[in-house]
Design a protein around this ligand. Sequence first.
Ligand SMILES: NC(=O)NCCC(=O)O
Length: 267
Amino acid sequence: MPFAFCTREKRWCEFAEPVDGESTQFLQELAQKYNMVIVNPILERDVNHGETIWNTAVVIGNNGNIIGIHRKNHIPRVGDFNESTYYMEGNTGHPVFETAYGKIGVNICYGRHHPLNWLAFGLNGAEIVFNPSATVGELSEPMWPIEARNAAIANSYFVGSINRVGTEVFPNPFTSGDGKPQHADFGHFYGSSHFSAPDASCTPSLSRYRDGLAISDMDLNLCRQIKDKWAFRMTARYDMYASLLSEYLKPDFKPQVIVDPLINKRA
Ligand SMILES: NC(=O)NCCC(=O)O
């Protein structure tokens, strides 16, 4: 489907489909035929819950079976990414799917800006986290080579960064409350898909302008080897952060700031 969430027009909901809908069925056949695990990002319509719309990744096993789903946790409210008009934050947590080829998680698009989102897939044992994205150059390109690579290092797993390629123009111009004149062009989806590894290595990126297929070997033993070497999990001090977060969530939270009693002395 077009990445039409910029428009806020509800007609694009017509593209929504159930988890086992047309696109999943199409990919189920391919998964079985080619012995592949496939991540299928869809606009999900949940008919059992009042037609709720979600941004969902369906994970299909190499026997063509649906292993499970993950719903996007963090919904952007930036630039033309008016996705909150269509769906709410996901309710599936941070599932890791144990497949024939490894334990995989899916951090959907804007979730890559949230280090705790990456962490949670790691805590659940992910060996590869895929980040299917639709993002444009003007907004996020400077961040693109950094965030996933950093997540791979910090969490001792591989990351697959996947981005849409090309430009989309919509029938009706839209605005996004950012002072820019109305426009119908969403901007350039800059592709640049690649894989990052826990040892900080990274594959070359695919093109910014053409569709492509990235094929990469991944030795999943590297996840454990890097954990043994760097011990990030063992040195992480989760207890300290858990207690800070639980304090932070309280309405009467006071930031731990110690003011220099002499701060104004030279004024
Ligand atoms: N689709 C989506 O979540 N895009 C947000 C933009 C970004 O995170 O770069």
